[in-house]
Every structure is written in C-alpha cells, then in structure tokens.
Design a protein around this ligand. Structure first.
Ligand SMILES: NC(=O)c1ccc[n+]([C@@H]2O[C@H](COP(=O)([O-])OP(=O)(O)OC[C@H]3O[C@@H](n4cnc5c(N)ncnc54)[C@H](OP(=O)(O)O)[C@@H]3O)[C@@H](O)[C@H]2O)c1
Length: 277
C-alpha cells in the first residue's frame, strides 16, 4: 500500500475563541471525561505536540492511532504507549500479551492513497476514531516569500492543508455513517494573524481556518470540526521560526494535559469554532 508503512502494528460562524482556562474541567466535567474510553487518531506523532498529546491520551486510558514519517520514532512511540496505558501493568501478569490497543504507523499524510489505506485498515479492525487530531505540520525556513523555493512552499501547503484534506476525505464519511465524531485541525496564532518570513506557513494556517469553517457547514448533527491553535510551545518547529528563544516557552509535556482535556471535552456545540489551548 503506497505511502503507508506498518512499522510496529500491534494488531494488525463566527470566529469564537475559547481559552483552556474556560475549558478547564469542573469536577463533574472530569468525571464525564473519565467515563468513556475513546479512540483518537493523531497525525504527526513522532515528536513535539503530537507525541506529547498521544502519551497523555494513553495515560488517561484512551486508544491512540498515530502516524508520522520517521519509522524509528514511530516504533519507539508504539512501545512507549504500551508502557504508559493504565492497563499496562495488569496485562503484564498474563502469560500471553494482549494486542495493544494503540497503533502507530509510518505514514505521510500527503499521500492520499496512504491515508485511504489507513482508513481501510481501521475499518477492517473496527478501530473507529471518535476524535481525529490533524496535528502533522511543517513550516518554511524563515525567509522573504520571494526567497522561498517553490518546492518548500508546496511542502508546507501539501502537509498542512492537503494532508488535513486527505484525512477528511477518507475519515469523515465513516464518521457521518456512524453519526458521531470530532475533528480537530491544528491551526496557529499565525492562522489568525500575520508575520514576516513565514508567509507560506501563515497562508497554510489561514487555509486551515477557512477549511474548518467551511466543512463545519457541511456536517450533519452529531459531528463537529474545530480549528485549534495550540498556543506557543517549545518544539522543533518553534525553534525553526523563533531560534534560541523557543526555549523560553512551555514544553510539549506541560502543554499536553491542558490540550488533552480541552480536546476530550469538545462537543457538537463547538462545531466551526476557532479555539486556543
Ligand atoms: N509549537 C508551536 O508553538 C505551534 C504553534 C502553532 C501551531 N503549531 C502547530 O502544531 C502542530 C504540531 O507542531 P509541532 O510544534 O509539534 O511541530 P514539530 O515538532 O515540527 O512536529 C511536527 C510533527 O508532524 C510530523 N509530520 C510532518 N510532516 C508530516 C507528514 N507529511 N506526514 C505525517 N507526519 C508529518 C512530524 O513527524 P515526521 O517528520 O516524522 O513525519 C512531527 O511528528 C503543527 O500543525 C503546527 O503547525 C505549533
């Protein structure tokens, strides 16, 4: 299957801004969140926000389906997730290891056929995502727009916009069929404002906002799609555009609990919203 590598498959409208503070759970909210175990598909899990979010979701007992293009990191995360899941210790007493509920694969979201193959696999193995976090993203090297090579501009748009569109194309029909599902498209402060030297990235994130709001108008009841700006977090991507001052910002591990709580508590009332962690 083109574009998909099973590195470690264990079983085979109005822009509205909500802050994480507003969405921090009440005791009742925490209880509600603890109840159902969800299956969450997160793209771009080999490092940064996607990796930290995947680990946080697994710690809370949710099943994680993840992808990225770095086979070694994908494989390492698969093993790490099995270790942090709440049921990991109880399963170790059994002589036969149960198949992991997590599935982290080597997949480039720019590959429409690869994404299609993933959707097919998940359908066949009855791992229907309740939530999809379209997190995979890339940024151009800081440069005036006329200095950005065409290939680099394409890479940013193909990953940040068309990658999300590929996921939506193959997963949204499944969610519509099941009358249930939430899609979170990772946006940015630069999807709502502008900055010099990152025009391709800004353009892609403004596109994410527009795509999200348009799709929101197409969704039947029971489904929701939102654009989520993660705030500013010290990752490889931030180091690329902020340089050494990236280290002044929160780590992905500090960010992930707030983000996970917010994402797990989204409802259909959030459909079309532009939110911020
Ligand atoms: N960090 C921030 O402050 C910040 C602020 C605003 C928005 N964001 C957004 O948050 C998201 C995560 O950013 P981050 O800071 O964690 O970035 P990062 O550290 O650069 O990580 C990006 C992740 O996306 C994956 N990825 C890139 N291209 C991919 C592709 N074609 N197919 C599959 N996976 C791919 C990378 O894995 P591989 O290279 O292994 O494929 C990596 O796991 C992005 O959408 C970004 O735009 C971040």
């Amino acid at each position: 299957m083109e574009g998909i590598g099973f590195v470690c498959s264990s079983a085979a409208t109005t822009a509205r801004t909500a802050t994480a503070t507003k969405r921090m759970p009440t005791a009742a909210g925490m209880k509600a969140e603890a109840a159902p175990r969800k299956t969450v598909l997160v793209t771009g899990v080999s490092r940064g926000l996607g990796r930290a979010l995947s680990l946080e979701l697994a710690r809370r007992g949710h099943a994680v389906i993840g992808c990225a293009r770095s086979p070694d990191k994908v494989q390492a995360l698969q093993h790490e997730l099995m270790g942090v899941s709440p049921d990991a210790s109880s399963s170790s007493s059994s002589s036969a290891s149960p198949p992991s509920k997590h599935l982290i694969i080597d997949l480039d979201v720019r590959s429409d056929s690869g994404v299609q193959a993933l959707a097919k696999l998940l359908m066949e193995t009855k791992r229907f995502p309740d939530i999809i976090v379209n997190n995979a993203g890339t940024i151009n090297k800081n440069n005036k727009i006329w200095e950005v090579p065409a290939e680099e501009f394409d890479m940013v748009m193909d990953t940040n916009v068309k990658g999300i569109s590929n996921i939506i194309r193959h997963f949204l029909p499944l969610m519509i069929q099941r009358k249930h599902g939430t899609i979170v498209n990772m946006s940015s402060g630069w999807g709502r404002s502008a900055a010099a030297e990152v025009a391709p990235y800004c353009a892609s994130k403004w596109a994410v906002e527009g795509l999200t709001k348009s799709v929101a108008k197409e969704l039947p009841p029971g489904l929701a799609i939102v654009a989520l700006s993660p705030g500013v977090v010290n990752t490889d991507m931030l180091a690329s555009c902020f340089g050494s001052s990236a280290s002044l910002y929160q780590t992905p591990e500090t960010w992930a609990p707030n983000a996970a709580t917010m994402i797990l508590n989204l409802t259909t009332e959030d459909n079309g919203a532009s939110l911020t962690v």
